[in-house]
Ligand binder design. Structure first.
Ligand SMILES: Nc1ncnc2c1ncn2[C@@H]1O[C@H](COP(=O)(O)OP(=O)(O)OP(=O)(O)O)[C@@H](O)[C@H]1O
Ligand SMILES: [Mg+2]
Length: 373
């Protein structure tokens, strides 16, 4: 009992960490085989189209056991077929007696027990153990169900986490699309209109019939118009800089740095173009961190680095200001955290009082291979 509880605790801790599903399934299966001293332990997942996939196997195998491959013709009266049909635990006491049992005999199995895994009320799969000697003990189903319950909880948690990340990513993407649209509208619409008006006024101001005072007034209007145009360009660039979409992260960060009021050192080593959400996310991390450094830090200097290694983009912004930055006060740092986590990355804030602030983020640039649960 105590050993089983310790095993369940270990597995619960593992599944709470950010490891792949495959690792959790393998660890559960290994632990079960160890606890039951069985010849084999397997975890099988059902798909909605009536196929099954062995997601983890420990112990004996055979040509019929192919981890990761969809399995369509499992014997109707074997464990997988019975659990799929009934949604209840199943057992085979002697593989010689069931049609289609030969491959299991050939791998040395005499008997086996399977217990279904239900996730949020739906049949998700099963865990099975097999013995090479006689029938398995009568309490095997009950003992196995502790492991299926834990697996179900781990899967439900992982599903909720995946749904949360996906919905955060959708919200961030929708906001980015809206910003890019506003930037395009400003660029193609209002800005062009103001440029045309400016040209017309400039032409008018050259007209010989004008009085000196009217010419002077028109020059003032022209200069006001140019100021509005500059302001509008600045706003458009802050909304979603065109250079980011056109030329990528390196040029966009250098352009951002060239306009910064704070002396900066920038080191960008990102040789390739990355997926647009990754570039946009990294850009906003730098833009917001620099704005914060100017607004709050009383810094004299900042350093920006962006490097790409092993499919992970690392971006850091460090200032030499007063420190003490905290998320959850304004919307800036929390917004960055949402963005970066929606991309499967993480954001770290290191800001001891009096010792400057370093905002660091790591964003994966390749998708993880885990199948959705
Ligand atoms: N580089 C920094 N140096 C010192 N303090 C900082 C720095 N960055 C952030 N802070 C502190 O952390 C708080 C939270 O920052 P955050 O960016 O989330 O919000 P904000 O800048 O106040 O508002 P918003 O970004 O929504 O305009 C700031 O109010 C400020 O007190
Ligand atoms: Mg801010």
């Amino acid at each position: 009992m105590a050993e089983t509880q310790a095993a369940l605790r270990r597995l619960a801790l593992l599944s709470a960490q950010n490891v792949s599903h495959a690792e959790v399934f393998a660890a559960v299966t290994k632990e079960i085989r160890h606890r039951f001293g069985s010849l084999t332990a397997r975890m099988i997942r059902f798909e909605s189209q009536g196929t099954a996939t062995i997601v983890a196997n420990e112990g004996t195998a055979g040509p019929h056991v192919r981890v990761g491959e969809e399995w369509t013709n499992f014997p109707e009266h074997g464990l997988t077929g019975t659990v799929w049909r009934t949604g209840r635990p199943a057992r085979v006491d002697d593989y010689r007696e069931i049609p289609g049992g030969e491959p299991y005999r050939a791998e040395g199995l005499v008997s086996a027990v399977a217990v279904p895994i239900f996730v949020s009320g739906s049949l998700w799969g099963l865990i099975a153990i097999g013995s090479g000697t006689g029938p398995l003990p009568t309490d095997a189903e009950e003992r196995l169900s502790e492991f299926t319950d834990l697996t179900a909880t781990a899967i439900a948690t992982a599903q909720s986490r995946a749904e949360l990340i996906a919905s955060r990513a959708r919200i961030v993407a929708a906001a980015d699309e809206a910003r890019a649209r506003i930037e395009r509208n400003l660029h193609d619409g209002a800005q062009q209109h103001l440029v045309t008006l400016g040209l017309q006024i400039a032409t008018l101001a050259e007209c010989p019939d004008l009085s000196a005072s009217a010419r002077c007034e028109l020059q003032k209007v022209l200069s006001g118009l140019r100021t509005v145009l500059t302001e509008l360009r600045e706003i458009a660039r802050g909304i979603h800089p065109a250079v980011l979409s056109d030329a990528g992260l390196g040029p966009a960060l250098r352009s951002l740095a060239s306009r910064s009021a704070l002396p900066l050192r920038v080191r960008v080593d990102v040789p390739a173009r990355l997926a647009s959400p990754v570039e946009v996310g990294a850009y906003y991390v730098v833009a917001e961190s620099l704005t914060n450094a100017i607004k709050h830090a009383r810094a004299t200097h900042a350093e920006v680095t962006a490097t790409l290694a092993n499919d992970v983009l690392c971006v850091s912004v460090a200032d030499d200001g007063v420190g003490g930055a905290v998320g959850r006060v304004g919307s800036g740092l929390i917004g960055l955290q949402d963005r970066v986590e929606a991309l499967g990355g993480r954001l770290l804030i290191d800001s001891p009082l009096g010792a400057g602030t370093r905002i660091h983020c790591e964003i994966p640039t390749a998708k993880r291979g885990d199948k959705p649960l």
